[in-house]
Design a protein around this ligand. Structure first.
Ligand code: ARG
Length: 463
């Protein structure tokens, strides 16, 4: 069934019909389309725009269409132009003239804008709980490994000692920001454009607020042109999800490195690794690599949306039908990535011994050696130079700062004494880094508990 009969003398060309149709990808919004139609029909009845009894009939029939689709009794006709056309057509098939009254004071332009907003709001909630799930896993791991010493890196060169717990919590912080961004984006998304109609609103006395509150939305859009042509919320969500993917991709990259033979910091569970078809010894971190690779798709979706939207005049243009595949792909990709990534991290084994060994090499306590001299009264710049000279000496002698005899220390600076060995021990180096946000085990414990408290409140919020 076409909604735009009357003016036309011919059917649309079949191949062009396929090109024009969006049902292949918008049928996933059938629930939201029906909920939106129910709220609109109920309001039409309450305001007396259509007969109240008739509006109730429409609402009831929409309910049975919904349950028939859910149960599989009613199949969505993939030759329909879009999900809106299909639902309205089915309603009219079942109710005759009453069904034809549903579209009073509405256009597919405000209808589709509503459906995407409702659909993506649900997705924001689902994504948020998945991200919370990953933060929980990461935070529990942080507590478990709060005292595990590992090298911290800059330029991928060993820099200063940290704890694995601290490293995990860095990701928890990123993911907490992702949640804030999702919530913020949802605020602007969850408003109703219904009543904007095709572009110019309507002469009917609609109760737009009633429709919005029946749908659990925060309010209504304030300009009918903007109401039908705004897709900022799709762009924003894809941007938020792109940032999520940046975080997952960086995490994935570290897991890939850490599970290499060269690092051997972690071992992935067999259930989250793959083998090679030719090299029997291989255990590959494919899941982490796919997550890293799929970030490109999501960035691509964001770019698609920006490009689709940038040049179209107000108000609705068919270009905007391209919004759905891009934003749905971003949502689906992040959902898939989180589904595999969270249990992969949860089941991953940590090789604390190898981390400790890596931290013991590479002079990552050279700053602490300098700080020891500062504690004896030397200005930091001079202490830095003395510590650098000691590193050079160790390199020459093939030893470490821990192993270098005190007599060598005092030749560089006579402020050194026996206390230096304690000051540069890796455990001291991390346990003394108690500055707020630092890697000391007690800081990690404090932050992990703070995050757990935060998550409790975030959980309450989304109820
Ligand atoms: N399938 C269309 C879309 O996704 C629905 C809106 C159609 N509106 C129109 N004026 N052709 O954008």
């Amino acid at each position: 069934m076409k909604l735009w009969t009357g003016r036309f003398k011919k059917e649309i060309d079949p191949k062009t019909n396929d090109f024009n149709s969006s049902i292949a990808f918008d049928s996933r919004m059938y629930k939201q389309d029906i909920e939106g139609s129910k709220a609109h029909a109920a309001m039409l009845g309450q305001t007396g725009i259509i007969d109240l009894i008739e509006s109730r009939k429409i609402v009831d029939e929409l309910d049975s269409i919904l349950s028939d689709i859910d149960s599989g009794k009613l199949e969505i006709d993939k030759s329909a132009e879009d999900i809106h056309t299909f639902v309205e057509g089915e309603l009219t098939k079942r109710l005759g003239d009453s069904g034809k009254r549903l579209h009073t004071a509405r256009s597919r332009n405000d209808q589709v804008a509503l459906d995407i907003r409702l659909y993506l709001t649900t997705k924001c909630n689902e994504l948020k709980s998945m991200i919370i799930g990953l933060i929980e896993v990461v935070t529990d791991k942080a507590l478990l490994y709060k005292s595990t010493v590992m090298p911290g890196y800059t330029h991928l060169q060993r820099a200063q000692p940290i704890t694995l717990g601290h490293h995990f919590l860095a990701y928890a912080q990123m993911l907490l920001r992702d949640i804030e961004r999702l919530d913020d984006c949802k605020k602007r998304m969850n408003v109703s454009p219904l009543g904007s109609c095709a572009l110019a609103g309507t002469t009917y006395p609609l109760d737009r607020e009633a429709v919005a509150s029946a749908l659990g939305m925060n309010g209504v859009t304030h300009n009918s042109l903007d109401g039908v042509s705004d897709r900022d919320f799709c762009i924003e969500l894809s941007c938020v999800l792109s940032i999520v993917m940046v975080h997952l991709s960086r995490f994935a990259e570290e897991i890939i490195m850490w599970s290499s033979f060269e690092f051997k910091f972690v071992e992935l569970d067999d259930a989250f690794s793959t083998g090679s078809s030719i090299m029997p010894q291989k255990k590959n971190p494919d899941i982490a690599e796919l997550v890293r690779g799929k970030s490109g798709r999501v960035f691509g979706d964001l770019m698609t949306l920006l490009t689709v939207m940038k040049g179209i005049p107000l108000a609705y243009n068919k270009d905007m039908q391209e919004d759905k595949e891009a934003v749905f792909d971003a949502v689906d990709t992040v959902t898939m990535c989180l589904t595999a990534f969270t249990p992969m991290i949860d089941t991953m084994k940590v090789n604390s011994e190898n981390m400790r060994k890596a931290a013991a090499g590479g002079f990552i306590n050279a700053t602490d050696c300098a700080d020891f001299l500062v504690s004896k009264g030397l200005p930091f710049r001079d202490a830095y130079k003395a510590s650098g000279e000691l590193v050079a000496k160790c390199l020459e002698l093939g030893t470490t700062l821990e192993e270098l005899p005190l007599c060598e220390y005092v030749t560089v600076c006579d402020l050194f004494d026996d206390g230096v060995y304690d000051a540069i021990s890796l455990e001291r180096c991390v346990s003394d880094r108690t500055v707020y946000g630092g890697p000391a085990p007690k800081c990690v414990e404090f932050q992990a508990n703070r995050i757990k408290e935060l998550l409790k409140n975030i959980g309450e919020d989304s109820k």
